[in-house]
Design a protein around this ligand. Structure first.
Ligand code: NAD
Ligand code: TYD
Length: 354
């Protein structure tokens, strides 16, 4: 079986659902269920005997040791993390605890378990660490896209904590021979994403007739990838990746934030017309401190060495995504009640219109 951490979050839950749509191999899903973890995302698996969910922390060594010894997974896929840049600015500590210390504890327990496996299982074992392009820092307009050899230059507490975890994974391969794989992916979007991130936040705010907050001048660029394509890339790396290697994953879809928001507005104008065009709700607000200007991924290595390609382009993926948010009221009501409102107040109440 596979042990997946963070499998109740946005990408992890999409990965688990995708996995069972194609394969029968069981999944042990370990998730702490922070604000970002949501078992409702996995409700269709309620009666699937191949999905075993455990609530717990990747930093809990005793729990990790007992899960490894009891279930004997052939691979670990580490999705668990604190993942939101704005939250890392307001409160970095949880990012260090989970992304750095948690990954270290997980790695160290996995190393002990792996060391005692019989030779053939040891050889076949994989530790796949899911990371981000944000570890490479910020690009100027004409800089070449990030490749696997771009020097790390993280700028936010989030990206610094992910960079630290990537270095630990690298060191556990180099020093102890642990068969690791690391993926660094660009910004994901799609169903089941918590509406603190740009795309779901803008969709839900537009439907509520609220102003759509764009940080700074709206010209920051992200390279967007549909989450289903990230899932297929991770499966490909798990199946065919060379141990000790890093694979960048991206959709070759660089867009300014303003373009993304205008695209969402125009899809909504078609699907759910309001009295005024949705773009009239756009409001420029105080920028994020240290806001990275541009991310872009060179995905040549995974495409040429492992034969992976994204199935969606931004236009097809964003339509599917808006559709999903228009038809999943129950999921949305559930995640936007309670503590969500406190976060929105904390992040947006002090931002002035600019
Ligand atoms: P998310 O915030 O939606 O989900 C994270 C999940 O991890 C949640 O279910 C949460 O409960 C769980 N978790 C947090 N701390 C934990 C702990 N200590 N122990 C166990 N579980 C814990 O994040 P996401 O967007 O699904 O991202 C998943 C991974 O992919 C992260 O490692 C992130 O850095 C990486 N990534 C994300 C993106 C993106 O655009 N979202 C892009 C590239 C890489
Ligand atoms: P986000 O979805 O938080 O992802 P990341 O910071 O990891 O790239 O933000 C994507 C981009 O959108 C980023 O440049 C910040 C910007 N942004 C806004 O302009 N307004 C918002 O309300 C949010 C949440 C993000």
């Amino acid at each position: 079986m596979l042990l997946i951490t963070g499998g109740a979050g946005f990408i992890g839950s999409n990965f688990v659902l995708d996995w069972f749509s194609q394969r029968n191999e069981p999944i042990l899903n370990l998730d702490k269920l922070t604000y970002a973890g949501n078992l409702q995302s996995l409700s269709s698996l309620e009666y699937n005997k191949n999905h075993l969910f455990i609530q717990g922390d990747i930093g809990d060594r005793t729990l990790i040791r007992s899960l490894l010894n009891e279930h004997k997974p052939r691979a670990i896929l580490n999705f668990a993390a604190e993942s939101h840049v704005d939250r890392s600015i307001h409160g970095p500590e949880d990012f260090i605890l989970t992304n750095v210390n948690g990954t270290f504890h997980l790695l160290d327990e996995v190393k002990s378990y792996w060391s005692d496996l019989p030779a053939d299982e040891k050889e076949a074992f994989r530790f796949l660490h899911v990371s981000t392009d944000e570890v490479y820092g910020s690009l100027n307009k004409y800089d070449p896209a990030f490749s696997e050899t771009t020097a790390y230059s993280p700028n936010s507490p989030y990206s610094a904590s992910k960079a630290a975890s990537d270095h630990l994974v690298r060191a556990y391969h180099h020093t102890y021979g642990l068969p690791t794989l690391t993926t660094n992916c660009s910004n994901n979007y799609g169903p089941l994403q918590f509406p603190e991130k740009l795309i779901p936040l803008v969709i839900l705010y537009a439907l509520d007739g609220k102003s759509l907050p764009i940080y700074g001048d709206g010209q920051n660029i992200r390279d967007w990838l549909y989450v289903g394509d990230h899932c297929s890339a991770i499966r490909t790396v798990l199946d065919k990746g060379q141990t000790g290697e890093v694979y960048n994953i991206g959709g070759d879809s660089e867009k300014t934030n303003l373009d993304v928001v205008l695209t969402i507005c125009s899809i909504l104008d078609d699907l759910k017309p309001a009295a005024q065009p949705y773009s009239e709700l756009i409001t420029y607000v105080t920028d994020r401190p240290g806001h990275d200007r541009r991310y872009a991924i060179d995905a040549h290595k995974i495409e040429s060495e492992l034969g992976w390609k994204p199935a969606e382009n931004f236009e097809s993926g964003i339509k599917k995504t808006v559709d999903w948010y228009l038809t999943n009221d129950k999921w949305i009501d559930n995640v936007t009640s309670g503590a969500y409102k406190n976060w929105i107040n904390k992040n947006y109440s002090k931002r002035e219109n600019v």
